[in-house]
Design a protein around this ligand. Sequence first.
Ligand SMILES: [Zn+2]
Length: 415
Amino acid sequence: MLVKFKTKNRCRLCKHHILKKVLDLPKTVPGEQLKKRKNDKNVNLIPIDHYMCSKCKHVQLIHVPYFKKLWGKEYTYKPSDNPKLIKHFSDTVSFFKNNFEKKINFAFEIGSNDGIFLKQIKREFNSRVLGIDPSDEPVALAKKNNIPTIKNFFNYSMSKKIKKKYGSPDLIIANNVFAHMDDMHSIVRGIDYLLKENGYFIFEASYLLDVVNKHLIGTMIHEHVSIHSIYSLKPFLSLYNLQIIGLKHVDKIQGGAIVGIAVKSKKIIQSNVVKKFINKEKENNLTTIKGMQRFNNIFHLRINKFKNQINRKYSKNSIVGYGAARSAPLIIDLFDLRNKIEYIIDDNPRKINKFLSIGNIPIYNFKNKRNNLNNKLIFILGWAQTERIVLFLKKNKIKANIATIFPKFQIIKIS
Ligand SMILES: [Zn+2]
């Protein structure tokens, strides 16, 4: 199968034309492309190097695949399944209510999924709510939960239709939307157009500081076209009258994220918390091309060190992967594991008995392989679930060594 892609030559935020490569990565499989049969044709690999804009310093991908089905029928991520996420969203709602606004009449959420966040807004503020999301199953669930949801993508032209039909919200939310958006201008222009004057905008985005400091390889997928910093996001949002007035760093969700509160105002607002975050980004060398390139060197040194540690002890077929995550092909190639992983274990029935699109690595469920795991090295590829997987293996009395890349690169022994 051939996945086509385009190569951008302008910065996603400021449209400047000088973009410098700041993170070298091997070309990898775009999206989740598992093969039904071993003999099926491999999908083409697409570059995933990260670039920095020399003007606004935004870190971004410039190779953008055309995904057909990503948000359609096959996308089944349901946040309401996850108690950690429910708690996290409830913290965000409290942070907003306690520090910024006690009264909300109408809240609108972009990428509202099954309505998990709007449900909490409705409960806390007793307000009217509306969501928009392009994926089938979550939208059906949201409707079941009495969260009215439009099944579509949000952009500027959609914002006009919504304003006409529903009026202007005094709160707009976009959680974990910014990393995925190739056309940030259309989205944020739409938010500016739709939001009431002096209304609020809440956003959550994966944060460059975490990606760099924690080496979050698992978040490096083609779907994540941007990694945001406040240094580059602040002036961009200001272009559309959104002034950041509140920020919160969250450590526990997807490796680390930033929650921001902005208010719609034509006047630029200088806030101390924004200054504090930008200073921290400067101290961590995230706002210069040289600083990011230095990170690239450290990143590859650490990867090579861990790779050698594994290679010294484990040869062909003595390693088992755990979790056929979207980022699995990149992790496998970064650590040179293509010919060393015998198979991957995953508990998602949709993935079992399929093959990874690199190395023809088969995917099995735990039950079929549990007697085959002792004394192997289990390399966790589903990095975000590391804690849960280690506990699960311990509970099942597996005696093995486990390699993790999150929260750090290490090998732990369980017995
Ligand atoms: Zn730029």
